[in-house]
Design a protein around this ligand. Structure first.
Ligand SMILES: C[S@@+](CC[C@H](N)C(=O)[O-])C[C@H]1O[C@@H](n2cnc3c(N)ncnc32)[C@H](O)[C@@H]1O
Length: 420
């Protein structure tokens, strides 16, 4: 039995690794066998069939998931179909190249714009040197999730997660302004080995951030993403003890909750038609009492025209976005790897607006596609981001080439050529 094949992306890396190990074009049957072997999948998993689609015809769930991952890898520019041969694929040249982490404790400015700087380096090394007279107003980051089957760039285990997060965040929190916030996007879908039960690492991260870094939890905001691939495969599709996943937690902390700069007037949404009608007609006409007197409606309530509706504390959008698609296209054109775990633009955009004002400094310790930096630049905030993999930071830089003051450092350019 695999330790855990539950998180939605678990078999993505095994799919990629199976093609890497083959190092030649291979057909789907080869892929199914190779991934099953690599991930120690039982026949129960690899032969499980379920009725799929409107016709309800029986389909192999495992094969379907691998074909899904094939499409994802193709979209990421990692895999290509062999023309004229059904179900035969091979890695692209780009995918055959690896990622290049910087050697610690070195770090290097990769590129900068009039508003920000992107460093090829480990976050701990860069933020440990960050000047205290440039306080951070928002740290917004999505560190590697503690997946049982590692992503391409590596990740800690659930038991290492508290130490990993504290190590990354301690130097950043030290440099946060009293009004500052921290936004952490982590995963809820980390399962205990061989069990359909979830890890409580998130709760331990929250307590450690409170106890050891002095932060206060402002909210847990679910990011509902209905386009997540189906999973956890084993526990939702086979043992049927779990539901398919559709959300990720966003944890919001403040350095000092009383002074926190959050202002929901910066993220108001348009009133619904019903709400606007209510305002236009002079508010409520009814008198009513609900919840044993806890809520009362009286004539004229909700009559005041307001600039918009206060958002509810859930966010709902998919992971695909125009900036992400542009990033993928640019990376493909330049022969650079895309990124398998990027957040959509709307996520950093929302929190940057909500928690900062123009000119404030936004930091991301785990840059990936550099989506936080991209949103900060567009919203006229100063920004700093770190990313330990040269190819990711080079790919992210392609999103900034049109910006005022854009310049790649000569040292980074030279390094990239030497590893190409
Ligand atoms: C989940 S991804 C972040 C994705 C990003 N939010 C985006 O939208 O593209 C995590 C990234 O952090 C990088 N990383 C991991 N540990 C790091 C560290 N200590 N310092 C800098 N980067 C790190 C990984 O290489 C990976 O690209």
């Amino acid at each position: 039995m695999p330790n855990n094949i539950s998180p939605q992306y678990d078999l993505l890396d095994e799919t990629l690794n199976a093609y890497r190990a083959a190092d030649r074009p291979v057909n789907n049957q080869y892929l199914y066998n190779a991934v099953a072997q690599r991930a120690h999948l039982t026949d129960e998993i690899t032969q499980n069939c379920q009725p799929i689609g409107k016709s309800g015809s029986q389909r192999n769930v495992y094969h379907r998931q691998l074909r899904w991952h094939q499409q994802t890898l193709r979209d990421m520019g990692m895999l290509k179909r062999i023309p004229g041969k059904r179900g035969v694929w091979e890695l692209t040249d780009k995918a055959k190249r690896g990622l290049h982490p910087i050697r610690r404790p070195l770090s290097l400015v990769a590129f900068s714009t009039d508003l920000g700087v992107a460093c090829w380096g480990y976050s701990q090394d860069v933020f440990g040197q960050w000047p205290s007279n440039e306080p951070i107003m928002l740290a917004l980051t999505s560190p590697p999730y503690p997946l049982a089957s590692s992503r391409r760039y590596g990740n800690p285990s659930a038991s290492e997660m508290v130490g990993f997060i504290l190590d990354i965040l301690a130097p950043i929190v030290e440099r946060m302004a009293p009004e500052a916030s921290l936004i952490l996007n982590l995963s809820e879908d980390i399962f205990l080995p061989q069990l359909p039960a979830r890890s409580t690492y998130l709760e331990r991260v929250i307590i450690a951030l409170e106890d050891q870094l002095g932060l206060s939890l402002m909210d847990r905001i679910p990011w509902v993403n209905r386009s997540k691939p189906p999973g956890p495969l084993r526990y939702a599709s086979i043992t049927r003890q779990q539901l398919n996943v559709s959300w990720e937690p966003i944890l919001w902390f403040a350095r000092d909750p009383k002074r926190c700069k959050a202002d929901n007037r910066r993220v108001l949404t348009p009133h619904s038609e019903r709400q606007q009608r209510l305002i236009d007609q002079g508010g409520e006409k009814r008198t009513a009492v609900y919840g044993d007197g806890a809520y009362r409606l009286s004539p004229g309530a909700y009559a005041n025209p307001t600039a918009g509706a206060i958002p509810k504390n859930t966010l709902e959008f998919g992971h695909s976005c125009a900036v992400g698609r542009k990033h993928r296209k640019l990376c493909q054109q330049h022969g650079l790897p895309t990124h398998g775990a990027g957040m959509p633009y709307r996520l950093p955009e929302f929190f940057i607006k909500f928690l900062t004002e123009e000119g404030d400094l936004v930091a991301d310790s785990c840059g990936g596609r550099l989506m936080t930096a991209r949103a900060a630049q567009s919203l006229n905030r100063a920004w700093v981001t770190t990313e330990c993999m040269a190819e990711y930071i080079a790919g992210g830089s392609l999103l900034f080439e049109e910006e005022k003051g854009f310049a790649r450092s000569a040292a980074f350019e030279a390094l990239l050529h030497s590893v190409a």
